[in-house]
Design a protein around this ligand. Structure first.
Ligand code: AMP
Ligand code: GLY
Length: 416
């Protein structure tokens, strides 16, 4: 098969690695890909979605796998345009991807289908939010693209007013509504399902570590590491998640006529009254993909193809027992900014871990250097969480670049 993956980060590097390790001789393409991805897949150039679709048609691409989310809702939508061109796509249509693109859309979907989520109200202006702000911490969410900065958990009125003022008066993220949500408490877990029309297959659960510093301190990032295992949550919790959240979500998509074929990511909080949905993402998580993909056995390429054709077949893949731990190495200044051009050394010394490239490029002398906030994902597997963590951190010791930042406690905090 000829398979094209959209995206360029660590998640796409992990997805492409899993595709390259699938049985059969597949030809892999990446758009836009990265210098590291180029060792697995041929990078193709396209200026926009329309030219990408034309290129896929000309190349005779058999399957398009959506990595990053942006293209799902751009123009007519990647999956919609693939459908039009007769190319199977593992990734949902634009109308369904609103579950990630619009927080109001997602909350209304959750409410309509009776899926547990925090109570909320939607506001068009600052005055209407300020009038109902009474409980703290208050959770405020901008309903639009905000580069991951659109959510604030405000401990007091002063901070909430400042956020409301920035978003609704200064319009720092541009026009858009604001959601006020009840604050939930409990550990967070990322649940992934492959959704194919009215069927689903729940994959290995993971947890990501969003804050920049140890002990979950400091600002939120795209994710500083992840841990994945079938044993991450107990069977009763997983059962509850399937019954109360995954099943009604898939039934809700069907009921609303929202066609969905692709990975669906449920960001959940395990509250004292049961699991609740914090957010949906219409793609695999990053860095969760880097932790989960090395645990996949079987035929991942055939699995994605079958799903894209509407013939989801859970038997095509299995998950290894044990634990997988991913540690992210980030560049100087992250997450407020990032620094590019710092030369990375020691990659050749890593033997016990996989290294996926999140934000790197090759310099003129062929050395990898930093090229973004999250730079590398160092991932190890072992029978126990402690052994997987030790192996990942042993590998991290070999890798250096100026300004490198990483957490030292990934997978150390007890989950439950
Ligand atoms: P989101 O972008 O919606 O995933 O929110 C980012 C982060 O904010 C989540 O991972 C949670 O840690 C936190 N958060 C979001 N909604 C709530 C809520 N209702 N209660 C408590 N924390 C929340
Ligand atoms: N790990 C969080 C995300 O992929 O959005």
């Amino acid at each position: 098969m000829k398979i094209l993956v959209t995206g360029k980060g660590g998640r796409e590097h992990a997805l492409l690695t899993a595709l390259s390790e699938s049985p059969g001789n597949h030809e892999l393409l990446a758009w836009p890909g990265s210098d590291a991805i180029a060792s697995l897949a041929r990078r193709v150039e396209a200026s926009d979605l329309e030219s990408l679709i034309n290129l896929m048609k000309a190349e005779g691409v058999d399957l398009c796998v959506a990595g990053e989310e942006a293209w799902l809702v751009k123009d007519e939508g990647l999956a919609n345009m693939c459908a039009e061109a007769g190319i199977p796509c593992w990734g949902p249509r634009k109308e369904s991807a609103q579950l990630e693109a619009s927080k109001v859309f997602a909350k209304e979907f959750l409410k309509r289908h009776g899926i547990p989520t925090a109570d909320f109200s939607v506001h068009d202006d600052a005055a209407s939010v300020l009038a109902v702000l009474s409980d703290f911490p208050a959770v405020l969410k901008f309903d639009g693209l905000a580069a991951g900065k659109g959510v604030a958990v405000c401990p007091n009125r002063e901070e909430a007013e400042e956020f409301v003022h920035d978003v609704m008066t200064k319009r720092i993220f541009g026009p858009g509504r604001l959601l006020l949500e009840k604050c939930l408490t409990g550990p967070e877990i990322s649940i992934f399902a492959a959704v194919c029309d009215d069927r689903y297959h729940i994959l290995m659960p993971a947890r990501d570590y969003k804050r920049i510093r140890d002990n979950d301190q400091g600002p939120n990032t795209g994710g500083m590491g992840a841990v994945a295992s079938m044993d991450l949550a107990d069977a009763a919790t997983l059962q509850q998640i399937e019954e109360n959240i995954v099943k009604p979500t898939v039934a809700g998509l069907q009921k609303d006529g929202l066609r969905y074929r692709g990975f669906l990511y449920f960001g959940l909080m395990l509250t004292p009254t049961g699991p609740q949905v914090i957010e949906y993402n219409c793609r695999f998580g990053d860095p969760e993909a880097e932790a989960v993909m090395p645990m996949v056995e079987g035929d991942f390429a055939a699995y994605c193809m079958a799903g894209a054709r509407g013939e989801l077949d859970p038997q095509l893949i299995q998950f290894k027992p044990g634990w997988s731990v991913c540690v992210i190495l980030a560049s100087a200044g992250y997450p407020a900014s990032s620094r590019s051009g710092d030369v990375i050394s020691g990659l050749e010394k890593v033997s016990r871990s996989r290294v996926y490239h999140c934000g790197t490029r090759k310099n003129a002398s062929g050395m990898f250097e930093t090229n973004g906030g999250r730079v590398l994902a160092v991932v190890s597997q072992a029978d126990t969480r402690d052994a997987a963590r030790d192996a990942a951190y042993e590998s991290v010791k070999h890798v250096t670049f100026d300004g490198m930042q990483n957490r030292s406690d990934i997978a150390r905090l007890h989950f439950t």
